[in-house]
Design a protein around this ligand. Structure first.
Ligand code: FNR
Length: 182
C-alpha cells in the first residue's frame, strides 16, 4: 500500500529550488507514495505565547497538525540560511511543538536540502536534526539528500534534470519506506 507523506518544504520564494525539489518527489516517488506539500509559511504569524491558548490556534496550524498526525511520514525540504534553519521554518516548527499531542512525536521523518553552494545545505540539516530530537521525531539517518549547486540541477520549469540526484532521491525514498515500517 502507498504511504502518505506530508512534505514541509520550500522557501517563501516563488521559484524556490527547495519548492521545486518537493514537487519533483511527486513524480519520483509516485509508485510508493502519495505526497502533500505545505510551503505557505506565511499563514503562520510569528510565534507568541500571548497570542493563543490551549483551545485557540491558527487554523493553518491545526491543519498542519492534522496532516502530520494522519501521515505515515514527514519530509522536511529546506534551504540553509546562515548555516542554519530559516526563520519561517523554525517559526513553523515552534508552532507545531506547542500543539496538544505534539504531532511530530515518534513520527518518521527524513530531510532534504538544496542550496546554490557546494554543500547543498549540509549544515542546516544537522541543526534541523537537533530541533527534531527535542520533538522526539524518529529521524532517518541515511540516505541524506544534499542538492548542491541547485541552479544547475533544475530546468526553467523546476523539473529536476540531474540523473544522479534523481537516483539519490530514489534510494532515500526506498529507505524511508522501509524505515516507516520498522
Ligand atoms: C542563503 N544562502 C545560503 N546557502 C548556503 O548554502 N548556506 C548558507 O548558509 C546560506 N545562507 C543564506 C542566507 C540567506 C538569508 C539567504 C537568502 C540565502 C543561499 C541559498 O542557498 C539560496 O538563496 C537558495 O536559493 C535558497 O533556497 P530556495 O529559496 O531557492 O529554496
Amino acid at each position: 500500500m502507498k504511504k502518505n507523506i506530508f512534505i514541509i518544504g520550500g522557501s517563501l520564494r516563488k521559484k524556490s529550488y527547495n519548492k521545486f525539489l518537493a514537487s519533483n518527489l511527486i513524480e519520483i516517488g509516485k509508485n510508493d507514495f502519495n505526497f502533500e506539500i505545505f510551503s505557505d509559511f506565511n499563514l503562520l504569524p510569528m510565534y507568541n505565547t500571548d497570542d493563543h491558548s490551549e483551545n485557540d490556534w491558527p487554523s493553518a496550524l491545526l491543519e498542519i497538525g492534522d496532516k502530520i498526525k494522519n501521515a505515515d511520514g514527514v519530509i522536511f525540504i529546506t534551504p540553509e540560511y546562515n548555516f542554519s534553519v530559516p526563520g519561517y521554518l523554525k517559526n513553523c516548527i515552534d508552532w507545531i511543538s506547542r500543539l496538544p499531542n505534539q504531532p511530530l512525536d515518534k513520527k518518521p521523518v527524513c530531510i532534504q536540502s538544496a542550496s546554490l553552494g557546494p554543500l547543498g545545505g549540509a549544515r542546516v540539516q544537522y541543526h534541523l536534526r537537533q530541533i527534531l530530537v527535542f520533538l522526539n521525531a524518529r529521524v532517518m539517518n541515511k540516505n541524506e539528500i544534499f542538492v548542491t549547486f541547485a541552479k544547475t540541477k533544475f530546468d526553467e520549469t523546476g523539473k529536476l534534470i540531474d540523473e544522479q540526484t534523481i537516483n539519490f532521491i530514489k534510494d532515500q525514498l526506498n529507505g524511508f519506506k522501509i524505515f516507516i515500517n520498522e
